[in-house]
Design a protein around this ligand. Structure first.
Ligand SMILES: C[S@@+](CC[C@H](N)C(=O)[O-])C[C@H]1O[C@@H](n2cnc3c(N)ncnc32)[C@H](O)[C@@H]1O
Length: 318
């Protein structure tokens, strides 16, 4: 029997740079891409490491303890666009016609991500909005900057009083957009589905109280009406594991929901920025095949542990 050119990749977590590894995947072989790439906010770009993300000391700045994602740089979006355009071109090549590409993003750089995906050749079909209520507000007051100004104590004090309550322009971020892109399909939707097994949404997948799938999603109960329409059912398995120290673990329920919507049982789900392995775990739970790529060996180890069985690397250990 002829071996599929994808066989050696299936149910593997491969350690390496997605941009180097994706070109090795066969064209038109993957059913769904679900990924949560680096958001390109400061310290969270495509070269992030746990050490770098944890390093919070900027000696040249007045404020030392800036958590990842706080520092504003207008070039972050441009850098993300250029990098994600290259990534998206490869994903377009490996996806089957009509295959979906779900990409998490940040409210601030979502526009750049969506343009990169579209410019690579995908059709943008929708945007999911994952809503949540808890997050750390990132706005900073100005008192410590005033403190460092060469002014008299009296002037500093009156400036602080005048600007009391005024902070950097960042409200609490309470949603993440998820781009819904589709590789152009061949013929009609139906013809494409019959030929490649992808291209339609399985709308019997329900959210809330037996509701038709919507593009607003919640994974924590918030309020009766919202929950009724938008709450994604929780999977039964344990979420992340105590050993999982990844700083950006996505909810398993969300990944399971998205996979069920766009890829039938047995389908191949690719995550080129696997992190701690949530996409792979979701695919595995739902009897889909997974391919995970992750650049950081520590996260690869966590992902493999979450999958609870060791999947030897195709390309040796990092
Ligand atoms: C936002 S995290 C993914 C988190 C994941 N969804 C989870 O639930 O654990 C993005 C991941 O992309 C990885 N990464 C960054 N640049 C990469 C690259 N060029 N190739 C592969 N992985 C990369 C980072 O190490 C990080 O773990």
């Amino acid at each position: 029997m002829e071996r599929s050119p994808l066989a050696e990749w299936l149910d593997q977590i491969v350690c390496g740079d997605a941009l180097e590894l994706l070109p090795r995947l066969p064209a038109n072989s993957v059913d769904l891409v679900l990924t949560d790439p680096p958001y390109f906010l400061d310290k969270l770009d495509n070269e992030w490491t746990p050490e770098r993300a944890a390093r919070r000391f900027y000696k040249s700045q007045a404020v030392f303890h800036l958590p990842p994602g706080m520092k504003f740089d207008p070039n972050q979006g441009r850098r993300m666009y250029e990098w994600y355009l290259e990534v998206s071109r490869e994903l377009l090549r490996v996806l089957k016609p009509g295959g979906f590409f779900f990409s998490f993003s940040s409210p601030r750089l979502f526009h750049r991500m969506a343009c990169a995906v579209e410019d690579a050749g995908f059709h943008i079909r929708d945007t999911f909005l994952w809503l949540y209520t808890q997050n750390q507000p990132k706005a900073m007051g100005v008192a410590h900057f005033i403190e460092r100004m060469p002014l008299s104590e009296h002037t500093k004090q009156s400036l602080k009083e005048r600007l009391s309550g005024w902070k950097t322009p960042q409200v609490k971020s309470c949603y993440e957009p998820i781009v819904v892109a589709q590789k152009p399909y061949e013929g009609t939707f139906l013809e494409n589905m019959l030929q490649y097994g992808v291209g339609l949404f399985h709308t019997e997948v329900r959210i809330g109280q037996n509701m038709f799938p919507a593009n607003v999603l919640l994974v924590e109960g918030v309020e009766e009406t919202l929950d009724k329409y938008f709450l994604v059912p929780k999977p039964s398995v344990e979420e992340r594991g105590a050993f999982n120290q990844h700083p950006a673990v996505k909810p398993l329920a969300l990944c399971e929901y998205l996979i069920q919507l766009a890829a039938p049982e047995g389908a191949v789900v690719l995550d080129p920025f696997l992190g701690s392995g949530t996409t792979a775990l979701a695919a595995h739970n739902l009897k889909r095949r997974y391919i995970g790529i992750e650049i950081n060996p520590e996260y690869v180890a966590i992902a493999r542990q979450r999958l609870q069985h060791f999947t030897p690397s195709l390309f040796g250990e990092c």
